[in-house]
Design a protein around this ligand. Sequence first.
Ligand code: NG1
Ligand code: ZN
Length: 545
Amino acid sequence: SLLLKSYSRFLPTQGVKLSYGTAGFRADASLLPSTLCRVGILAALRSLKTTSVIGLMITASHNKVSDNGVKIADPSGGMLSQHWEPFADALANAPSPQHLLMLINEFVEKEGISMDGVRPVEVLLGRDTRPSGDALLHAATLGVTSIVGAVATDMGILTTPQLHWMVRARNKGLRASEQDYFDQLSSSFRCLMGLIPTEKRKFDGMDEKVVVDGANGVGGVKLKDLGKLLNALVIEVRNSGEDGGVLNDGVGADYVQKEKVLPYSFGSKDAGIRCASLDGDADRLVYFIVPPEGSSKIDLVDGDKILSLFALFIREQLSFLNEKEDEKNYQQARLGVVQTAYANGASTNYLKQLGLEVNFTPTGVKYLHEKAAEFDIGIYFEANGHGTVLFSESFIGWLEARNNEISSGSKDSEGEKAVMRLLAVSKLINQAVGDALSGLLLVEVILQHMGWSIHRWNELYHDLPSRQLKVKVADRTAVITTNAETVVVSPPGLQEAINAETAKYPQGRCFVRPSGTEDVVRVYAEASTQEAADTLANCVAKLVD
Ligand code: NG1
Ligand code: ZN
């Protein structure tokens, strides 16, 4: 049949087993054409099942340029529903076209997907700047269109969060072009700038300029375009990839955060100024401060500190809302923050001190996102800089109603301004997924609102020294954890041994977990000195080995 013919165009490489994991499929790009075709099929089926527009993003994020990958965006713009992941794995690894067709038929029946060809089926495709993106886009398109009546719409070269944003907008019946994305971000940014208390508009010690490392990827170029729409902020982009630099090679948020070193093209000439770094598909953001000449240690302002800044600002706005005892108050808007065990202990202490509810989930954005969605305002961040702020539908509805009343009346009280600010934040910050571009604009406007330099922000708390190690083991699945990955339940005895080791160090904290993206067990240790954190991590690594 037609299907079999198109499916046999691409067959998976023998001996390679792919797994959807926490970040979609990732591998050397040469291994991926068959995977992309099959994920195209999956995306079209998902669109049929949900009667919504689905997204398919081709990227390997912070990994090397010769790698690539693919992940699906669900109708809300979030990650693919977890209960479809086993199907994704089965499809990707099906050895023959016949096998593939059988899996599809079985699944279609089990999920009750109607293949009558009447419903509209549409998949939006995006890709980052990797050279393999074009061929993989072609393979994905073949997969999508092998389902009768399915439309594959190429949205071009995009950041991952842009594609997720577009999928969400389309399913809400809103305009969803790249220009619409830029317009929404820039207009909500302008609105927030306009609401900054006048006494703080001009202050000392703050540069107007932020210098951004674009990881030689898609984010730098997009940020330049966005920057043209903003006149209150100067964004200087380096490593935009236009000058021949290699994607993620000595640049990017992952490199800066893990190695704690300066990315290419940053040096002592930049000492003290506000610098930021995006990852290869612009869904991660970290800030950093270049040390004065002669020192090599950078000050990293990571995802935990971005979360803390956001939490502080939002908590302040909520307190303005509730200042006046009036019946129009939202019944105690619930603010929650979500972290993983990798969050620096000092950040968790700081957030708890602010009186905030701090929640922990296992590693992986989908878990953090799901938890954050339980609150009226939920803020989540991984230490590596992936995160966002989610607003509940009911809270947005309340803000909009209040805002409509305000539009016709005065706009003087802090309570009224807080309504407008929160509404603008909900439009600025990506509601679908962590987004470095929208995150950067929110950081910038909050710093101006507070009248803070990056140094002042960095002083919110001092990170505890930490160390992360990878241990290669025969079988990483032998390590099973519970309690947001902080406690080992198997192999027996390992947790007791970790406890005994950790107890030797003041402020010691240590956990081990199997990586979801690499064939290693990760060890994380924290203690009051760097030496102690290193020793603790090394001792525990030996226990795992
Ligand atoms: P794994 O390999 O499961 O630790 C890594 C990152 C996650 C997340 C995912 C997906 C660390 C310790 N882990 O997961 O935070 O970003 O990749 O990209 O950074
Ligand atoms: Zn990324």
